[in-house]
Design a binder for this molecule. Structure first.
Ligand code: HEM
Length: 443
């Protein structure tokens, strides 16, 4: 048991006060450590080897656990929260839309969605960077995967609904007292209303696809024409859950990574200069295409280093389905487990000088982290299905922003906050227009 446990509340106080510092500190207490939060005991797996086993060779011995139970607010059967055979079937169905070859086909939609956002900023007017990035990444998921391009106001409403549902799920996972979830509190009412608003927005997209089936060839059409093992079409509410689940899984994660990336560039002018040189030279030849993306090697290293230092997955859960032997430890059936890529990626035993933002760690000639020690997208059969999509998207957004703007920091400290992802406490940055010539050529 980790030290600092108090009667009744257990470790709830440090978890509420500074979750990220607490989860990071737990690594010093051994490969596996137990904490208590109110009535619950949670087992935190710290060792990269045990984490790897749990996510890969022993994955069948665990379900997704507490956090994902609460995330069923998005729809009970959606891929990120489903378990067992239903998960496998749904993953097989949707995976082709995320294959590497498929991603090349999304590059144009990514570019044409992002360019107007970036062109719409006003030089000198501070931006709330996390919100801007969320609008952009949500726009990219909606246009590339659902062929939908909602205007800013409805898009903002969708984003707000996703945020509300995420906040509720995390609160419920960290204070798992089911009776509280049924009370007619303001928070519970807001969560229900947000869930309804989100499903209504998604239902409109599905209705449009049904009305004009020949006009679309995307993941919504794939779900609409799919059959289950008996040959029956998927029920409407399952299609709704899948689309909502993808929207939620695919927007906030990439957005916070981009916000952190530009935060680091704002305080590292040398890195910003190297990025500008690379982007200017690649985009001088023409607009971003699938062939040009791999040439943005420094941009990609910036994304890798951001995924390491600011890994959105600071708290991911599992539950043991039976008594499990994990390395030397026995986890009884129903043990609630936590793993944290954020804490793992900041471990000084794995990454020298771990708090230093250094994209050149990822140069191929430098020693790379051992297997299982860099897992921003998880690992094994539950590994992020959108990883290749996210790499491409983050690289493209970084390049398109950098091609036109420098984002200058404003005063104030920016701290990482452990919410559903690891987001900046508050990040306002001021766009400053760069030269026009390169932008002109790139279009
Ligand atoms: C930088 C961006 C992203 C990060 C860091 C990220 C991270 C993760 C992680 C850690 C998991 C695994 C959770 C677990 O093992 O329990 C996951 C699952 C998932 N992600 Fe992502 N993700 C990102 C972007 C995306 C995007 C863009 C999409 C889709 C458009 C997406 C769709 C999914 C789905 C569907 C799952 C569930 C997979 C399954 O359970 O089989 N993600 N993501």
């Amino acid at each position: 048991m980790a030290p600092g446990k108090l009667p009744l509340v257990g470790h709830a106080i440090p978890l509420i006060k500074d979750r990220l510092a607490f989860i990071q500190h737990l690594r010093t207490h051994g490969p596996i450590v137990r904490i208590t939060v109110g009535p619950k005991t949670l087992t935190v797996v710290n060792s990269p080897e045990l984490m790897h086993k749990m996510l890969t060779s022993q994955a069948d011995e665990f379900t997704k656990g507490l956090l994902f139970e609460k995330l069923k607010l998005f729809g009970k059967d959606a891929l990120p929260v489903a378990d067992g055979k239903p998960h496998l079937r749904r993953r097989r169905l949707m995976q082709p839309a995320f294959h590497r070859q498929q991603i090349a086909g999304y590059v144009n939609a990514m570019r044409t969605t992002v360019e107007p956002y970036v062109a719409g900023w006003n030089g000198g007017t501070p931006l709330d960077l996390k919100t801007e990035m969320q609008l952009m990444t949500q726009g990219v998921v909606m246009s590339a995967l659902f062929s939908a391009t909602p205007p800013r106001e409805p898009a903002y409403k969708i984003l707000h609904s996703v945020d509300t549902v995420f906040k509720t799920a995390l609160r419920r996972a960290l204070l798992p007292v089911s009776a509280l979830e049924q009370l007619p509190t303001r928070g519970n009412r807001k969560a229900r209303a947000a869930g309804t608003a989100l499903r209504t927005a998604v239902a409109d997209i599905i209705a449009e696809h049904r009305a004009h089936p020949d006009a679309y060839d995307d993941i919504v059409s794939l779900l609409l024409t799919a059959q289950d093992e008996t040959g029956a079409a998927l029920p409407d509410d399952e299609i709704l859950s899948e689309v909502t689940g993808l929207l939620a899984a695919g927007s906030e994660t990439t957005a916070v990574v981009l916000a952190w990336l530009f935060h680091e560039l704002g305080r590292n002018p040398d890195m910003e200069r190297r990025l500008h040189e690379e982007v200017d030279s690649v985009l001088a030849e023409g607009p971003i295409t699938a062939e040009r993306v791999p040439r943005l090697a420094y941009t990609r290293r910036l994304v890798s280093e951001t995924l390491r230092l600011y890994s959105p997955a600071w708290l991911v859960t599992r539950k043991a389905v039976e008594d499990v032997r994990l390395g030397e430890f026995t986890l009884p059936a129903d043990t609630d487990v936590i793993w944290s890529a954020y804490a793992l990626h900041r471990d000084p035993d794995i990454y020298p000088d771990p708090l230093r933002f250094d994209p050149d760690r990822w140069l191929p000639e430098r020693p790379q982290p051992p297997k299982g020690a860099f897992i921003p997208f998880g690992s094994g059969k539950r590994m992020c299905m959108g990883d290749a999509f996210a790499w491409t998207e983050a690289t493209i957004i970084t390049a398109l922003v950098a091609n036109r703007w420098r984002l200058r920091p404003t005063h104030g400290t920016v701290r990482p906050v452990g919410a559903i992802t690891t987001h900046p406490s508050s990040l306002r940055m001021v766009p400053e227009l760069r030269h026009h010539t390169v932008v002109g050529k790139a279009r």
